[in-house]
Design a protein around this ligand. Sequence first.
Ligand code: ADP
Length: 465
Amino acid sequence: MLAIIAVGGAVGFRSLLEGLGQFYYLPMVPAVLITAMLARRIATGLAIVLSIAVNLTLVPRESLTDALTNALLFAAVSWILAEVCWAMRAMQDRTRDLSRQLAAKDVMLNTALASVPVVTLNAEGEVRHLSPAASTLFGLNEAAAVGRPFSELASGFDVAAILGSGATGGALEARDGHWTGLRPDGATFPLSIQFGVASDPIGDTHVALCLTDLSRWHAADAQARELHAQLNKVWRLNSLGEMAATLAHELNQPLSAAATYLHASQVDMEKAGALGGSALRTVELAKGQLLRAGKIIRRMRELLSPEARRLDSERASSMVEDLGPILTMIGSSKGVAIRMEVEAGNDRVRAERIQFQQAMVNLVRNAVEAVGEHAAPEVVVVGRPTSDTHYRISVEDNGPGIAEDQIERIFQPLTTTKTGGMGLGLSVTRTIVESHGGRLQVSRSALGGAAFSFTLNRESSVENA
Ligand code: ADP
């Protein structure tokens, strides 16, 4: 259709020029070019054929050879022009595509640079560019940083070490584990650096540094270390207390029995008269020592038994969350990923934070040790309110579980099935749970192994609100 309209238009135009002379094929050229620009090859071919047919019909020729030569010449020239037209159109399309791709890359790069601290340097180690995120990190605008040696922003940095190594990229090792970033106000912060080296077509060397602020990571690490140290201390005291209570309990009976026997001997000796006098005094001394031993043990128990717990208002989810790095460490030692399903709603409870955390560590460690041999080990910590007054915590696993007839035994101090186990974990945990007004229970988990659970008292619903 386009070919017919274009050729028709050209014929009309040609008839307007009629009075000025004979124009043959010239007015048809724009018709073919317009068709080539707007349509494809078939339409263009049709425009050429139509143009030739119109010319042969309208313009009388001297000979057939003349008519054919002009027609062929017109067809060849028109087709070449059409090819040029198509090539230009393809080039235009490609340019448009490329600029679209470039614009998209530009947006991506700018977005990345806005959020990632990146610094580029020249071969002398001087700052060339500072991304907005790097600007924020150093508290320095780009204009103030450009031209300064990067070693003024990161202590000990040496660009020669990078270029001398011949490496084109990777992590830049720091002497003491991390780099130290320096801010204009004298503040410092830990930093990790990834580098990339590239040369541009002119031969200039560019060093790009991608920086990561480690402050938060360091703070979290320090916090986890501190909690770990506290838990170790609490564990030592708790297990000593448990041992003292066990010793006092176990020794009380034989000591009392010995005292009773000595008393009975004394009665017999009194009957023996003067002969027994000396032995009576010795037995009295022995009795005194026995009573002293009893007092020492009682005193030790009093010293090590926990004072009345000071229960504070705490959020169960936050107490468990803080343990995250420690529980992860316990799990990863046996290749076990610990799942947390602790509900953060209505989780304000009365608890002594560090003691509660100690109980959780004990239960999770036991669960991890129980699933150690399992092909697909599972340990899950679940927490949810069960009523207006209680919040239940449980630690479940898919280990072998606990046989019915062993349930009472495992809570007794010094009972263990592990080589190197102390058998104090569960008894310490039970003491902690009971001092919170709860009861440590064990049952079979839906996962197939053991489920240890206990409840904490919730803050009143008014306080929760
Ligand atoms: P220890 O861990 O030193 O043995 P515990 O008092 O913590 O001391 O545990 C006592 C015993 O209870 C363990 O030796 C183990 O046999 C059993 N036990 C504890 N937790 C689990 C569990 N999650 N699955 C199976 N058995 C368990």
